[in-house]
Ligand binder design. Structure first.
Ligand code: GDP
Ligand code: MG
Length: 137
């Protein structure tokens, strides 16, 4: 079994589609082992996305991610990291395949509804950034 970290981003919470995303997660065979709704501060968003700090969109991304509540999730499944990336779809919803969350629900390359760890190393940073051991069941 493998664990990955996911976020339902502010655009989805604002549009009341968190339930649709959770339904797609469960239909995809993932177990939700951690879940909480939180409002990130700007500094907390910057810390989460520090790997992107040199990218031109970093400022906009951190403003977006702290503008409203998000749902933070830890998902468990065999091959969870790659399978969750697959269910999310391409970063730009316009390029995402049919049936993926970003294709069905994404708004733009920035407001793309969900986050997912891209490697075991990033999952190891991102899961404890949001959850302690007692919160994962
Ligand atoms: P991901 O792993 O598919 O989420 O994509 P990245 O790690 O490359 O980028 C992180 C997040 O930054 C994306 O999910 C988008 O929300 C945002 N993002 C990525 N590329 C762009 C871009 O070119 N412009 C803007 N405004 N946001 C972007
Ligand atoms: Mg990424």
């Amino acid at each position: 079994m493998e664990r990955t970290f996911a976020i339902i981003k502010p655009d989805a919470v604002e549009r009341n589609v968190t339930g649709k995303v959770l339904a797609m997660i469960e239909a995809g065979g993932f177990k939700i082992v951690g879940m909480k709704k939180i409002l990130l501060s700007r500094a907390q968003a910057e810390g989460f996305y520090y790997v992107h700090k040199e990218r031109p969109f970093f400022g906009d991304l951190c403003t977006f991610m702290s503008r409203g509540p998000v749902i933070a999730l830890v998902l468990e499944k065999e091959n969870a990291i790659a399978d969750w990336r697959g269910l999310m779809g391409a970063t730009n919803p316009a390029n995402a395949e049919a049936g993926t969350i970003r294709k069905e629900l994404g708004v733009s390359i920035e407001e793309n509804t969900v986050h997912g760890s891209d490697s075991p190393e990033s999952a190891s940073y991102e899961i404890p950034y949001f959850f302690n051991q007692l919160e994962l069941v």
